[in-house]
Ligand binder design. Structure first.
Ligand code: CP
Ligand code: NVA
Length: 314
């Protein structure tokens, strides 16, 4: 028996931003998510993570992320521990490093939803186990993983396609930009002035995979997918009034959908505000795939958790 110090620990992979994985790894994850989804639909057990524990840490509210990770981990045979800022020492200034060292000695995997990306990076640096970004101010990689899986299910490969982003240059927009660079598609971005995407914050190498449009109608022209998000993200509520005024023309409506490809899809990560960033006729209309998109958080993240803990399964 080798002593613990003589054993080589496998390298830990974290999922802190979309660019943490390669195109080849995404191809594997999408295939794996499809298989895991098919088994789920057939009521077939798929429990490769028996006895594994996932800690879910929420410093911001959530419905989809909590339910999909919690149900997903149980379905994979494991269990979860749910922590929030208010009911743990996280809200009482325990250093992030100390929290990471302690929590990661007791569980196999950690998902965190928090404010600054720097916080999750600091946690991951001190963690013995993989850490997943469940949304930060800068990124929402699990959502884009599910969105891409949804696009592929409906339309096939996204390579060479055009995604129109209408609205805030926020965590979702940044993650779309990273995805476009890795998976070789284009994003048409239209934001009100003052709310533009920033290439440095988005963490992309060049501006080659996106184009900026002043008018959201122009961004939607010829798009294969039109997508948007709330005008005010969590943590920015103090800007609510200013944003309501600035974003008034950034509401995805039927005219914008008509400017897109005839078979264009509409996506929204949810929660949505009908009459603000999207017209009810669009989100509740025939081109919308928002319910598939929400469900696919479950299947895509099960593939992600399995990959982080077990690697590729031949
Ligand atoms: N889309 C998303 O992450 O939803 P929740 O905020 O409900 O988790
Ligand atoms: N951009 C939104 C996404 C919510 C899932 C937010 O950060 O609040």
């Amino acid at each position: 028996m080798p002593t613990p110090s003589a054993m080589t620990a496998p390298a830990i992979r974290h999922y802190l931003q979309f660019s943490d994985f390669t195109a080849d790894e995404y191809a594997y994850l999408f295939e794996r998510a499809a298989l895991i989804k098919a088994k789920f639909k057939a009521y077939e057990k798929h429990q490769p993570l028996t006895d594994r524990t996932l800690a879910l840490i929420f410093e911001k509210a959530s419905t989809r992320t909590r339910v999909s990770f919690e149900a997903g981990m149980y379905q994979l045979g494991g269990s979860v521990v749910h922590l929030t800022t208010g009911d743990s020492q996280l809200g009482r200034s325990e250093p992030i490093d100390d929290s990471a060292k302690v929590i990661s000695r007791m569980v196999d995997l950690v998902m965190i939803r928090t404010f600054e990306q720097a916080k999750i990076e600091a946690f991951a640096a001190a963690s013995r186990v993989p850490v997943i970004n469940g949304l930060t101010n800068e990124f929402h990689p699990c959502q884009i993983l599910a969105d891409l899986f949804t696009f592929i299910e409906h339309r096939g490969s996204i390579k060479g396609k055009t995604v129109a982003w209408v609205g805030d240059g926020n965590n979702m927009a940044n993650t779309w930009l990273q995805a476009a660079e890795i998976l070789d598609f284009t994003v048409h971005v239209s934001t009100p002035s003052g709310y533009e995407v920033d290439q440095n914050v988005a963490g992309i190498r060049s501006a080659d995979s996106y184009k900026v449009f002043k008018d959201p109608m122009d961004a939607c022209r010829g798009a294969d997918l039109v997508t948007t998000d709330v005008w005010t993200s969590m943590g920015y509520e103090a800007e609510n009034e200013a944003r309501r005024k600035a974003f008034a023309d950034w509401c995805v409506d039927e005219e914008m959908m008509r400017a897109a490809q005839p078979d264009a899809l509409f996506m929204h990560c949810l929660p949505a505000h009908r009459g603000e960033e999207v017209q009810a006729e669009v989100i509740d209309g025939p081109q919308s795939v928002v319910w598939d998109e929400a469900e696919n958080r479950l299947h895509a993240q099960k593939a992600l958790m399995e990959f982080l803990l077990l690697g590729r399964i031949a």
